[in-house]
Design a binder for this molecule. Structure first.
Ligand code: SAM
Length: 173
């Protein structure tokens, strides 16, 4: 089971990007996200996607992240441009098999203890880019590029088509 810890979310500034971190986590096969700042609007918008599109993805905001990260019972991976290159890091993370994984991503500067408490600091390349991109690439590579094969079984299902939109909405009785 893979969980995300999102640090430094500022509700006014990071609304869209944290939403995208959560949706990307869900779409790429993670089980849930913990956000260090309380934000009920964010919680509701993610739950509404889960209600419609399915899956059992969970969101908690206002997580006391220091306690949470220290006590997390599993492997802790911090995504940072300063870390071990993903091509070298993924085999190490994979060799370190545990039941749960926590992937930590920041917004602005990440507190120094995160680098210490993480079992692995991994760079998705060593150039600055985005927590959304870093998370997507890490999740896909960690799952052997199968991250997008999960079946969500929601009320709303998109049928792939070459042009236009084909969406099936089931009656939820
Ligand atoms: N400048 C900040 C710092 O020094 O920590 C990072 C800002 S960056 C926009 C926000 C987050 O994106 C980072 O905390 C990290 O999780 C992720 N990120 C950005 N580039 C990355 C990379 N090349 N590899 C892994 N994660 C990256």
């Amino acid at each position: 089971e893979i969980y995300i810890l999102r640090l430094g979310h500022r509700p006014e500034r990071d609304k869209r990007i944290t939403t995208h971190v959560a949706l990307t986590a869900r779409a790429f096969g993670a089980k849930g996200i913990f956000v260090s700042t309380k934000d009920e609007v964010l919680e509701n918008s993610i739950r509404s996607v889960v209600d419609r599109f399915g899956g059992d993805f969970t969101i908690e905001t206002g997580t006391k992240w220091r306690d949470f990260m220290r006590k997390f019972d599993g492997i802790k991976v911090h995504l940072t441009m300063y870390g071990t290159h993903i091509d070298d890091g993924i085999p190490k993370v994979k060799a370190d098999v545990r039941n749960k994984m926590l992937i930590v991503v920041g917004a602005e500067k990440v507190p120094p203890e995160v680098y210490q408490w993480a079992d692995y600091n991994i760079g998705v390349g060593n150039q600055p880019h985005s927590e959304v991109a870093a998370l997507a690439v890490f999740l896909d590579r960690y799952q052997d590029r199968q991250a997008l094969q999960k079946d969500f079984e929601g009320n709303t299902t998109v049928i792939p088509c070459e042009r236009g939109k084909n969406v099936v909405i089931k009656d939820s009785e």
